[in-house]
Ligand binder design. Structure first.
Ligand SMILES: N[C@@H](CCC[C@H](N)C(=O)O)C(=O)O
Length: 277
């Protein structure tokens, strides 16, 4: 059996996308790790499966896995990429992506930008989850010069640290320490953020199960929410990541977070048998 895939990215946050709606093919944790090897496999920040929908109203179900094989509850950049694929397939400018965290409606504008309703920001300590009850506005932990992040769940956990200069933070050192902090029983995505203006935030990310990536859509959403909660930003802002910018809005009426940005396909291919053995 041949299995084809598509390599996509959103601002350099890259994905192997496999459509298993017809074949029903499944991938073990070991296979995902092998495909994720950037020298011996293909390499990706997230491995994405397009599956038949499980809930009424959804166009497809999207499975999300990190290079270490772990399952993730949200991936903003992949949601835009998969939405663009389905829009091309259906000819519609509106689709609904289902994940383990819920239904995410997406729309496309004439310039090709895709906007995803990432759902409500979840702010209770159980939502992340944390190991114990704490106010998510002040988690009170730290590493190196980083201290006291804001906790936000966008269907996956984020801890957002505010700093003077994102370039000065040794993210490869503090990232793994904070990702695996005892306060996070399911580990955590770590964002460091420099507030440049009330509508412009510069962010770098250490992703759970992936390490430093060029962009993290759910992390950009968590960043805006955290900055607004701390009174540092308005409810709509540009979030500038290593790979480019996303526009993020935390809607007043229902607390949903809207993320807008580009999508791209790099190439398509067919898995060699040895990767799936
Ligand atoms: N790159 C993603 C987030 C991917 C999942 C994350 N590493 C996790 O484990 O929660 C995005 O664009 O949101």
């Amino acid at each position: 059996m041949t299995v084809s895939f598509r390599k996509m990215h959103g601002l350099g946050n890259d994905f192997v996308v496999v459509d298993v709606r017809q074949s029903g093919v499944g991938f073990t944790e070991e296979q995902v790790r092998r495909i994720g090897d950037r020298r011996r496999g293909i390499g990706f920040d997230q491995f994405i499966t397009i599956e038949p929908p499980r809930q009424a109203g959804a166009t497809i179900f999207m499975g999300i896995r990190n290079p270490d094989g772990s399952v993730a509850g949200a991936c903003g950049n992949a949601t835009r990429c998969v939405s663009a694929l389905l829009m091309a397939e259906t000819g519609s400018d509106a689709v609904v992506i289902e994940t383990v965290s819920g239904l995410l409606p997406a729309t496309r504008t004439t310039d090709g930008t895709v906007t995803v309703d990432m759902g409500p920001a979840r702010l209770d300590w159980q939502d992340l989850p944390l190991a114990e009850a704490r106010d998510t506005l002040h988690l009170g932990i730290g590493a190196g010069d980083l201290h006291d992040p804001v906790g936000v769940s966008m269907g996956n956990p984020h801890a957002v640290f505010f700093v003077e200069d994102v370039a000065a933070v040794p993210l490869t050192e503090v990232g793994p320490v904070l990702e695996n902090h005892a306060l996070f029983p399911k580990r955590c995505n770590i964002e460091i953020v420099e507030v440049q203006a009330r509508d412009r935030l510069r962010m770098r990310v250490w992703e759970r199960g992936a390490g430093i990536t060029q962009a993290c859509g759910s992390g950009a959403c968590a960043t805006l929410v955290a900055a607004a909660r701390r009174g540092l930003a308005d409810r709509r802002a540009e979030v500038i990541l290593d790979g480019g910018s996303l526009m993020i809005e935390w809607r007043d009426s229902d607390g949903h977070v809207l993320m807008s940005g580009p999508t791209a396909t790099s190439f398509t291919g067919i898995f060699d048998g040895s990767l799936l053995a």
